[in-house]
Structure formats: structure tokens, C-alpha cells
Design a protein around this ligand. Structure first.
Ligand code: HEM
Length: 397
């Protein structure tokens, strides 16, 4: 099967996994040894799995050994992503209001400043690695801004969230080390949470979390792990999305010109980029009982990888799925932010951030193209995350 090479993380297969997905959609749900999971690639089967949250659990789904429910470790794993009902919805209700368009709109000017600073850092240079110069530094700066964390604490919080992200799903991860990282993080975050609790108005995400501690009795360890979750969930995903979008534009300067000339197409471009080059290609669930999807038996205890990136190129979801079309009738009807109860809480932050980023880049750099052959661009060694490791661009000012 074509997918085996991608599941073994071979660079050529990861650069273009789409023929492998097409083969899998033909077969239906398939166990892939190298991924140690049943891969679900048809849009209809993805829908079935994501709806049936009792049969397909998010808890313990990342791939690590099951975590004892009463352990210290259980209090440190991500707050929403790895929780099941009824806790999941109760938790999400506590923080949801911090992620609405009206609450987030006031951060747009700061996002624009951050994007402008990064573009100014490249001004005059004719060749850059766009990932290092822009796509990597922007999302962490944005997420700490919307959280309301002081600038001088951001680097340490970032370091700790990266250390933690490195342990997620790692079979050999030492639980004591995870607890240590979480405790160091909690100590660092505590003064910001105290300051947020004293604020008169609820503006940042930390204000909302502090309010949930005060009014709903949200324990401090839950506040802490939610902030860590946001730093992890909102960081590499948005970096990859901006990198994937720039790859599409750099390979096709005419497409970039069309978006420059008609800015109303930018929103369509962003949705098509998310659909065609989904930053999260696939995430996990765990089957809680013997079951069946699309005719394939899945035994209890199996890992199931829901391949959003493959469902997004299914003809049953969208016509001409491999084409980038700037005039689709329902451009956001894709699976890049998931679907159902766990669908992306931060999608409004992500969409706003990539819009401001691309407006700034397209408006400030009159022309850019790939500085290497497209076949030489290396992608992350992962079947879960998709994004260029580095993106050498030639710029004309
Ligand atoms: C382009 C960027 C992004 C992409 C493609 C993306 C994608 C996703 C996907 C596919 C899920 C569903 C996971 C599942 O079903 O198991 C998800 C969940 C989540 N995302 Fe995002 N995300 C992005 C940006 C962000 C940002 C910026 C934040 C935070 C500000 C964020 C926070 C979250 C959280 C907290 C969840 C868990 C929601 C829950 O379990 O209820 N994401 N994201």
C-alpha cells in the first residue's frame, strides 16, 4: 500500500501523501501496521467516528499507555482535547466565551503590528527561510497576546509547553517528568492568573480562566493545563498553516496576484489552503468496544486515526477535491478544524491570524517565489501534522 511509506515517515511520501489517501479511500477503513492504527479516510466514515463519542474515546487516544484516572498525571494531560463527555462539554462551556469573534476582534491591531514587525525584519533581503523568519515566531507571539501573558514570561512558557508537547503520546515518557514540567509551568503562570483575577474587565483568555476559578471552582491544575493546551494546540498548527499557504502562493505567483488584486478572495484562499493542506492531517481516538465502520471491524482497544487531510480530498465532501478553487459555494465546509464536540476551539484566532499574516505579506512583498525546487522542500516527519520544515523563498521588493 502507498500509505506504508508515509506511515514509516519517508520524506517523499510525506511531501505528497495524497495518492496514498486516495488508495485508502477506495479500500475503506484499513489497519496500517506502521501507524499502529485503523486509518479512517472517507469523509462519511470520519463523520461516523467523530459523532460516536462513546465508542471512539478521546481520552488516552494519543497513543501513550492508559493513564490511571486518580493519578497526579491524569491532572496534567490536556484539558479538552483528551477528555470525554460529560466532563468535556462542562469544561468547554467554562472557557468558550473567550473564543468568540467579538471578544477576539480587539486583538487584530496587535496581530497586524506583530506581522508588520516580522516583515520589516526581512525587508531588503532577497532570500529568506520564511518558516524561521515569520511562520514560527508569529503564532507564539499571538497566542501569548490573546492569553494576556506578560511578554517577558512568554519565552519560558513556550519552552515548557514545547517540553510537554515532546512527551505527548511518547510511550517512554516519564510520568514524573511530565508532572515536574506541569508544576514549573503552574508556578510561572500563578502571578499572571492572580493579576487576571484582580482585573475589573474580562478581556483576555486568562481573565476568563480566572473568572472560572472564582465562580465555578475550576481547580488551579485545570487552569494550568488549559493554558498549556492552548500554547501547544495553537502554535505548531498555525505555523504549519501559514507555511502551507505560503508554499501554495510561492509555487504559483499568478495565484498570489489574483488574491492581491481581489482581496475578497483571500478568505476563499485560506479555506482552500486549510482543506488541501490540512495542518492536522490526522488525530487519534480509541475504540471503547468492538465496533465496525464502513464495513471494517474494529476491535475494542484499537487506535483509530481520523485522517482529516484525506477526508478533505474526498469527492463526497467537495467537487473537484484536488483543485484550489477561489469561488467555492461553501468554502469552509471542510474538516481541517475537525467536526463535532472536539472541533477546534481556536479556529477564529487561527483564521484571523492567517488573514492578517497573508494580508501583510501580500501587501508588503510585491513578488515571492520558491528559492528551491518544490521537490526539495522537506515536510515534518509526521502523519499527524503537515507543514514545511523550512521554506526558502526568493523575495522581490
Ligand atoms: C490553523 C490552525 C489550527 C488547526 C488546523 C487546528 C485544528 C484542530 C483540530 C483538527 C482539532 C480537533 C481535534 C480532535 O477532534 O481531536 C482542534 C482542536 C482544538 N484546537 Fe485547534 N487548530 C488550529 C489552531 C488552534 C488555535 C490557534 C488554538 C488556540 C487558540 C486551538 C485550540 C484548540 C483546542 C483547545 C482544541 C480542543 C477542542 C476540544 O477538544 O474541545 N487551535 N484543532
Amino acid at each position: 500500500m502507498l500509505i506504508d511509506a508515509a506511515a514509516r515517515l519517508e520524506p517523499d511520501a510525506l511531501r505528497c501523501p495524497f495518492p496514498a489517501y486516495a488508495e485508502l479511500r477506495e479500500r475503506g477503513v484499513t489497519f496500517v501496521e506502521a501507524a499502529n492504527a485503523f486509518l479512517v479516510t472517507r469523509a462519511e466514515d470520519i463523520d461516523t467516528v467523530l459523532r460516536d463519542v462513546e465508542t471512539f474515546s478521546s481520552r488516552n487516544a494519543i497513543g501513550a499507555p492508559p493513564i490511571p484516572p486518580d493519578s497526579e498525571l491524569a491532572k496534567r494531560v490536556p484539558f479538552l482535547l483528551l477528555s470525554d463527555e460529560p466532563e468535556h462539554s462542562a469544561r468547554r462551556r467554562l472557557v468558550q466565551r473567550a473564543f468568540t469573534p467579538s471578544r477576539l476582534a480587539k486583538f487584530e491591531p496587535r496581530m497586524r503590528e506583530l506581522c508588520t514587525e516580522l516583515v520589516e525584519g526581512m525587508r531588503g533581503r532577497t532570500e529568506v527561510d520564511f518558516m524561521a523568519e515569520f511562520a514560527v515566531p508569529l503564532p507564539i507571539a499571538v497566542i501569548t497576546t490573546v492569553l494576556g501573558v506578560p511578554d517577558d514570561e512568554a519565552p519560558s512558557l513556550r519552552r515548557l509547553s514545547e517540553e510537554l508537547a515532546g512527551t505527548v503520546g511518547h510511550h517512554g515518557a516519564d510520568p514524573a517528568e511530565i508532572v515536574r514540567i506541569a508544576e514549573e509551568f503552574a508556578a510561572l503562570l500563578a502571578p499572571s492568573l492572580e493579576a487576571a483575577a484582580a482585573a475589573a474587565e474580562e478581556q483576555t483568555i486568562l481573565h476568563t480562566i480566572a473568572a472560572a476559578e472564582r465562580t465555578a471552582g475550576l481547580p488551579r491544575h485545570d487552569s494550568t493545563r488549559f493554558v498549556m493546551e492552548l500554547l501547544i494546540a495553537g502554535n505548531i498548527t498555525t505555523t504549519d498553516h501559514i507555511g502551507n499557504s505560503m508554499m501554495l502562493l510561492a509555487r504559483d505567483p499568478e495565484l498570489a496576484d489574483r488574491v492581491r488584486q481581489d482581496p475578497s478572495r483571500l478568505m476563499y484562499f485560506i479555506e482552500e489552503s486549510l482543506r488541501l493542506e490540512s495542518p492536522i492531517q490526522g488525530l487519534f481516538r480509541m475504540a471503547t468496544r468492538d465496533t465496525e465502520v464502513g464495513g471494517t471491524a474494529i476491535p475494542a482497544g484499537s487506535r483509530v486515526q481520523v485522517m482529516f487531510g484525506a477526508g478533505n480530498r474526498d469527492e463526497a465532501l467537495v467537487e473537484r477535491p484536488d483543485e484550489l478553487d477561489l469561488a467555492r459555494k461553501s468554502p469552509s465546509a471542510h474538516l481541517a478544524f475537525g467536526k463535532g464536540i472536539h472541533s477546534c476551539l481556536g479556529n477564529i484566532v487561527a483564521r484571523m491570524e492567517s488573514r492578517v499574516a497573508l494580508e501583510t505579506v501580500l501587501g508588503s512583498i510585491p513578488r515571492f517565489e520558491l528559492a528551491v525546487d518544490a521537490g526539495a522542500v522537506e515536510y515534518l516527519p509526521s502523519l499527524a501534522n503537515r507543514g514545511p520544515v523550512s521554506l526558502p523563498l526568493r523575495l522581490q521588493w
